[in-house]
Write a protein that binds this ligand. Structure first.
Ligand code: CO8
Length: 258
């Protein structure tokens, strides 16, 4: 889209790709950049030709955090009154699967943005971290909340309280990242995964994502109830009839997404 100044968008088949593009600032997440990311996410979410969204940066940086230069002179009154960076929550309302393809630095807000995505693929040299403590602040876009859910208390405490970075290998071992790939394969593989997801029944995919995300909000009993009700509701779809008849008839299903 020509009116973006901080990101590049292009679709690859059924996958919408958002490339963060402030290479000189290591893709620091300025307010303007984030508004553009939100705009692109909503457009892809509303586009029926798109079934999954990939967010990436470049070889050197996925994103080195919120823009420190933009934040440094802000006062409490300003950040509070205008709910500074409040719009970062938008990505959590996106219905379609989101995949982060991470190479290089994913620090602070960059790590948080990756963690807001449904799946993270990382290059073997990717470096994650929540270094905010070294700036005299704490993570502000879900870092403390999502990290502890992903990797547990002791590791999350160690990372957030020390501000030390952690490697792609650690991230994968801890379950934050689903796969490590050679740096030059991360994006291709993320797009391929997006394509595989986009080729499945879209309402079923949406329900699966919604149900997994409910696990973070609900008790086990409520979560299983929520899942079962969604599961029941999928029997109202043509895609359920198609998927099961295709299995019985030993042929490939043709999804109509309704
Ligand atoms: N903000 C602004 N500019 C940045 C940032 C950033 N986060 N990161 C790097 N840059 C700029 C540098 O200032 C530099 O610019 P210039 O050339 O004009 O001096 C350029 O990018 C290149 O960076 P370096 O020269 O520092 O490159 P190095 O290879 O020496 O170092 C590092 C790379 C280690 C990644 C280093 O740049 C660094 O430590 N960056 C900051 C990392 C950081 O602290 N991130 C956390 C930021 S705070 C945050 O994210 C809070 C999120 C809160 C969200 C709240 C939502 C509600």
């Amino acid at each position: 889209d020509p009116h973006y100044n901080n990101i590049i968008t292009e679709s690859h088949g059924k996958v919408g790709l958002i490339t963060l593009n402030r290479p000189k600032a290591l893709n620091a997440l300025s307010n303007d950049l984030f508004h553009e990311v939100n705009d692109a996410l909503v457009k892809y979410d509303d586009d029926s030709n798109i079934g999954a969204i990939v967010i990436t940066g470049n070889e050197r940086a996925f994103a080195a955090g919120a823009d420190i230069k933009e934040m440094s002179d802000q006062t409490f009154a300003q950040v509070y009154k205008y709910n500074f960076l409040g719009h970062w929550g938008k990505i959590n309302d996106i219905k379609k699967p989101t995949i982060a393809a991470v190479n290089g630095f994913a620090l602070g807000g960059g790590c948080e943005l990756a963690m807001c995505c449904d799946i993270i693929y990382a290059g073997e040299k990717a470096l994650f971290g929540q270094p905010e403590i070294k700036l005299g602040i704490i993570p502000g876009a879900g870092g403390t909340q999502r990290l502890v859910r992903a990797i547990g208390k002791s590791k999350a405490m160690e990372i957030v309280l020390s501000g030390r970075n952690f490697s792609a290998q650690e991230a994968e071992r801890w379950g934050l990242v689903s796969k490590i790939l050679p740096s030059d394969k991360v994006l291709d593989e993320a797009i391929k995964l997006g394509q595989d997801i986009a080729n499945l029944s879209q309402p079923a995919i949406q329900a699966a994502k919604e149900s997994i995300n409910a696990a973070f909000e609900l008790s086990l009993k409520e979560g299983c109830h929520f899942e079962r009700r969604l599961f029941h509701s999928l029997f109202s779809l043509n895609d359920q009839k198609e998927g099961m008849s295709a299995f019985v008839q030993k042929r490939e299903p043709k999804w109509t997404n309704d």
